[in-house]
Design a protein around this ligand. Structure first.
Ligand code: 6R9
Length: 635
């Protein structure tokens, strides 16, 4: 029996039981057999959730790029590592072999190091989905610098906040990006952001759209000439297993984004192991995850997990609707994609279009389909299963988070029977628990509660950059000795998990986590606004959309409401990005509050989803009268 590659359900249960009984032996065997270490660990696991402190493979030394690139050179040097599919279907796809990837990563490692970047320094990467993005991550890892990718749809304010929070000295960006028929001026956004970031000494600029941009003397440099001049080899920096690999920001229920810190050894082992099993990856497969590398899905399952397995990973620059709604399927057909991993929001959007967009293409290469990012509804699941997988491809509904680093709950294809809307069973090494509001574990099946994890797994985030207390308060305080996910879940009669959604003030819109607090902060910056509350409501395609209740200052009352709505969304676009724009804005005379002054979002959520029948007891509110006022206006 191999722990590393599960092939049937009985084997899953055997491996799972072993992983729970002897977690250290289980992970040690996998780590020993499948990776290159420069020095072995002193201990497999040291942990204490009360601090919280977690160390995997402590004392071991390695470089993750040696595992993702160098060790493949002898056996698959000429195999495609990254298959780049450009935004414009008229532009040819690029096959970057492992050998070429090695050279590019080494060259960039030399560039970074010549620019003074050293082990432990933070580098912000703000790039579109072009090969330089993956190469930048790996080049940072090569020299031991900590990368922090900021999704290139985020605004200048969001970018500067992240640059300053992690204290980055360098930003890597491009002149712009292509997104469908549009181009976006990324460099302009960087220039605006860096007005607030005095510590950034260097900006490296990749050329992509050939736009006319300004380069700041002494700070900005074109990447290509530096790469051309750089030497094509760079010895991997030897890292400790617990050295930081990257910081990736995620929204929280309160204002500031949380910089989740991931470390090297455990992250590598876990993402590689889960990639292999959840996608049943085999040597000649062509794997495609449509996420952006700006999110955790792209980090773990476009870059690190696939490359650690020597896979061919597709990187797509464009959008599913350009030049038409058949683009995804055209790419699957063209490159004979075997595993396809996307988000429910994309499936819902494509399912609305004419079926011809799918049936025109030959999708027979597909073996496994995946989804991630939010709960998938039954209708979307069936459409995906019927029309894309033609009922032959198991669908892996993978539940996980930026914080978890890798997939925690998911079917293993061809082993775990799937069930629509269920993420099904925990992967080996993952010990979920459902908790009630009093902090007691709910045992048995056919129950629901708050989803926690009882035992450490190798790829869990170790802290929030610069704020360990917030890490503890957010994840390890609500339930003693447990990691609290922020999600609710139910467990059915056979022990399958179904994730029911967030139980905190995070709203998932088109698969993107958005905290209500930063959106409200942005709205409140508008001079006419006194106070606001943002909630989610169900939306056909996005899963959830945003509803904002806005209370104006007296001086704002006379303003034109339509203009105000536009200006409010403009404020949000500037502070966070267009993904956080409100679908609906309602101006109100007051917000329902508890006696302690907390906004009662539960009530606002119900009104936003037009479910006003059972609002519960509103008499304890400070101002019950505003509730009926708000309802009157909606109906
Ligand atoms: C990987 C990723 C995490 C939140 C998570 C949950 C939701 C993710 C899901 C899912 C239901 C799934 N989520 N996958 N909900 N079923 N298969 O998305 O990370 O961006 O940090 O979001 O997304 O609510 O807590 P991240």
């Amino acid at each position: 029996m191999s722990n590393y590659h599960i092939k049937h359900l009985e084997e899953y249960y055997q491996v799972y039981r072993k992983s729970v009984r002897h977690p250290e032996n289980f992970w040690e065997e996998i780590a020993e057999e499948h990776f290159v270490w420069r020095k072995k660990w002193n201990s497999v696991l040291e942990w204490d959730f009360s601090k919280p402190e977690v160390k995997w493979f402590n004392g071991a030394q390695l470089n993750i790029t040696e595992n993702c690139i160098d060790r493949h050179l002898h056996i698959r040097g000429h195999k495609t590592a990254i298959l780049f599919e450009p935004n414009n279907p008229g532009e040819e796809a690029r096959h970057i072999t492992y050998k070429e990837l090695h050279e590019q990563v080494c060259k960039m490692a030399n560039v970074l190091s010549e620019k003074g970047i050293k082990k432990g320094d933070r580098v912000i990467i703000y790039l579109p989905m072009i090969p330089e993005l993956a190469i930048s991550l790996l080049a940072c890892a090569r020299i031991g610098a900590v990368h922090s990718v900021v999704f290139a749809g985020f605004s200048s304010t969001a970018l500067s906040t992240r640059v300053n929070d992690c204290g980055a000295k360098m930003v890597i960006t491009s002149d712009g990006s292509f997104r469908g028929a549009k181009t976006i001026d990324l460099k302009g956004i960087v220039d605006e952001a860096l007005k607030e970031c005095p510590e950034v000494k260097t900006v490296l600029v990749a050329k992509r759209i050939h736009s006319d941009i300004s380069m700041k003397a002494g700070r900005d440099e074109w990447l290509a000439p530096l790469m051309d001049a750089a030497y094509g080899d760079y010895p991997p920096e030897i890292m400790e297993a617990e050295d930081p690999l990257f910081v990736l920001y995620t929204s929280g229920s309160t204002g500031k984004p949380k910089g989740m810190l991931h470390t090297t050894g455990g992250y590598m082992v876990y993402t590689a192991y889960t990639f292999k099993n959840v996608f049943q990856y085999r040597e000649d497969d062509v794997y495609w995850c449509t996420a952006d590398i700006g999110w955790i899905t792209g980090h773990s399952y476009i870059v690190y997990g696939p490359l650690a397995n020597g896979a061919t990973t597709v990187m797509f620059e464009g959008v599913p609707s350009y030049p038409d709604f058949g683009r995804f399927w055209e790419i699957v057909d063209k490159h004979k994609v075997t595993q396809f991993y996307t988000a429910p929001t994309a499936i819902r959007a494509l399912a609305k279009e004419n079926l011809d967009f799918v049936t025109t293409y030959d999708l027979s290469s597909l073996k496994v389909l995946g989804t991630v990012g939010e709960p998938i509804n039954e209708e979307a699941w069936h459409w995906y299963n019927d029309h894309v997988g033609e009922k032959k491809c198991p669908i892996v509904d993978t539940w996980w988070q930026t914080e978890t680093g890798g997939i925690l709950i998911s079917p293993i294809p061809f082993s775990t029977p799937t069930k629509p809307t269920y993420a099904t069973l925990p992967l080996p090494g993952v010990q979920p628990a459902l908790m009630d509001e009093n902090g007691q574990e709910i045992t048995g099946n056919q129950v629901d509660g708050r989803l926690c994890i009882k035992f450490p797994w190798p790829s869990m985030a170790r802290t929030i950059w610069g704020d360990h207390k917030r890490y503890k308060d957010t994840y390890f305080t609500a339930f003693k000795n447990m990691y609290f996910t922020g999600d609710g879940a139910l467990r059915d009669e056979v022990g399958y998990y179904r994730i029911t959604g967030r139980v905190d003030d995070v709203i998932i819109v088109s698969g993107h986590n958005l905290g209500t607090a930063p959106i409200e902060d942005a709205i409140n910056e508008h001079p006419a606004v006194a106070e606001s509350a943002v909630v989610g409501f169900p939306h056909d395609i996005k899963g959830n959309a945003l509803y904002g209740y806005v209370m104006l200052k007296e001086t704002g009352e006379s303003r034109d409401r339509d203009n105000l709505k536009k200006e409010i969304n403009q404020m949000i676009t500037e502070h966070i990005g267009p993904i956080a724009k409100l679908n609906k804005i309602q101006f109100v005379n007051g917000l329902p509050k508890t006696r302690s002054g907390k906004i009662m979002r539960r009530i606002l959520r119900k009104i936003a989803s037009k479910d006003t029948s059972n609002l519960g007891d509103t008499s304890t509110l400070l101002n019950p009268e505003v509730v009926s006022e708000i309802i009157k206006e909606v109906l």
